[in-house]
Design a protein around this ligand. Structure first.
Ligand SMILES: [Zn+2]
Length: 481
């Protein structure tokens, strides 16, 4: 567990408590906390994640110095002709099942019926496999087909939780993949660089690195005519101790991809912009060909290749950025941006045409281009692996609050790039101000002992804040380590 210590000079150190025999007592009229760590009693004035302390008795096992680490290892497959045809068919069967189930759910919704659950869909899947019209479904392994239904279930869940758009039908050639969930049916022969998958047999793969841990599940996917296998494993690793002790706030932007509260920043990758001209040319070339002709197929392959190159460049950039950040900082505070809201269509509808359509579509392109969600996802797990943590704060007023006097005004931000306080005259780059405010909001959240991994809706947040005021956060304290 992590304990936050607010030192005199305003910096924050993170203390990792290895022993989990922690007793927390409240004593004294000032409400100072006492902390008994592994028998040696040390008095500290501090604030910490009360959530974790509350959860200690049940979660004891988690703090025994080890943690389970899930990791996926991806390799390029080297299938023979028969295996490749089989994989294409299996991916097609999964797509068919997904689309059929989605169509069915939509139909039920229109008729006012309740949505079918996963179990209900699985029953239908058995019927489809047995019916003469779709008997070819029986050639595909059953588990991947069921996993597709699980994916659909999750897509619905994400939609209802307002995390994603309504699930849409799958198209051939777009993210062709299928997943084997049962480790018992999979055999990994790492020494010979091959893996056994149901109904495919032994498949060779390019072993670019070792597989660590025990296999949990396997996903087979296709991109640009190449087939890949992603092996997810689980292994026990020692609970890491963060090497760095610094805390940083990050402001995400379009002009600067990420600005840090210490004033440094990352340039945007703009991989899409770079390849845009080439992509447009290839797309134009494709549109002039007769659809489904051989030349059209060649042109289409070229378009897909550029798309995949963009994706690779972006992934590489994000991985390098998040690795560097997670190794250099023990705690990272970011804004909990609802990318879904920000990238909503600006066009509006016929009755209510949207404002600033052009500007917003440009922003959309930039946001989606830069992969903010992926950035956050990577930061979260990489920080966890390095012993640090990620704190998400609601983005309210972070761009308009003066870090010096606390004045909140729209006029503080006269231009996109410059911040100038109307009260005290403080001037700074607007993104740096945003990052500083994000960092402060992160400190405040931790002090309140809220669940920090995700910003909550305003109502729940208020309730949580009332429960525990950050009484200690404002008092400077001494470090007694
Ligand atoms: Zn000011």
């Amino acid at each position: 567990m992590l304990v936050q210590i607010d030192a005199v000079n305003g910096t924050v150190g993170i203390l990792r408590v290895v022993a989990f025999q922690v007793d927390v007592l409240q004593s004294g009229s000032l409400g100072h906390w006492q902390c008994v760590l592994g028998g040696a009693q040390q008095h500290r004035s501090m604030y910490w994640r009360t959530m974790e302390i509350g959860a200690l008795p049940q979660d004891e096992a988690k703090y025994d110095g080890c943690m389970q680490q899930l990791q996926a290892f991806q390799y390029e497959l080297r299938p023979d002709g028969r295996q490749e045809r089989q994989m294409r068919r299996f991916a097609g069967s999964c797509r068919f099942v997904f689309n059929k189930a989605l169509a069915l759910q939509k139909e039920r919704y229109e008729q006012g019926e309740k949505k079918l659950g996963y179990a209900g869909l699985c029953k239908l899947l058995t019927e489809w496999r047995n019916s003469p019209e779709t008997s070819w479904l029986a050639d595909a392994p059953v588990h991947p087909l069921q996993q597709t239904l699980k994916d659909l279930e999750r897509a619905y869940g994400n939609f209802f939780a307002k995390r994603a758009h309504f699930p849409c039908f799958k198209k051939k050639g777009q993210r062709d993949s299928f997943r084997y969930p049962d480790a018992k049916q999979i055999k990994l022969d790492a020494g010979n660089g091959r893996i056994f998958l149901p109904k495919l047999g032994w498949l060779r793969f390019r072993q670019s690195r070792d597989v660590l841990g025990t296999v949990k599940n396997v996903t087979v996917s296709q991109s640009c005519g190449k087939w890949f296998v992603s092996i997810q494993t689980e292994r026990e690793v020692e609970q890491p101790i963060p090497k760095a002790s610094s805390v940083v706030g990050i402001d995400m932007g379009v002009i600067r991809f990420a600005t840090f509260s210490d004033g440094s920043y990352l340039e945007p990758l703009a991989s899409f912009r770079q390849h845009e001209a080439a992509l447009r040319k290839a797309q134009r070339c494709m549109s002039r060909k007769k659809k489904f002709s051989n030349n059209w197929k060649k042109a289409k392959a070229r378009v897909q290749k550029i798309h995949s190159r963009i994706g690779n460049a972006r992934r590489d950039y994000l991985h390098k950025a998040t690795t560097a950040i997670s190794q250099n900082h023990a705690m990272v505070v970011i804004e909990d941006l609802q990318v879904r809201n920000m990238s909503k269509s600006a066009k509006g509808n016929a009755d209510k045409p949207g404002k600033s359509v052009k500007a917003k579509s440009g922003l959309n392109k930039s946001i989606l281009d830069q992969g903010w969600f992926e950035f956050r996802r990577q930061l979260e797990y990489k920080l966890q692996w390095s012993g640090g943590m990620l704190v998400a704060v609601p983005p309210k007023n972070t761009s308009r609050t003066c870090p010096q006097c606390g004045c909140i005004s729209k006029d503080n931000r006269q231009t996109q790039a410059r911040f100038a306080c109307v009260e005290c005259g403080y001037e700074e780059n607007a993104d740096v101000v945003g990052a500083i405010n994000v960092l402060r909001a992160g400190h405040a959240r931790i002090a309140c002992g809220e669940d920090v991994s995700r910003a909550k809706p305003a109502k729940a947040r208020r309730a949580a804040s009332v429960k525990q005021e950050p009484a200690e956060a404002t008092q400077p304290s001494q470090m007694l380590v």
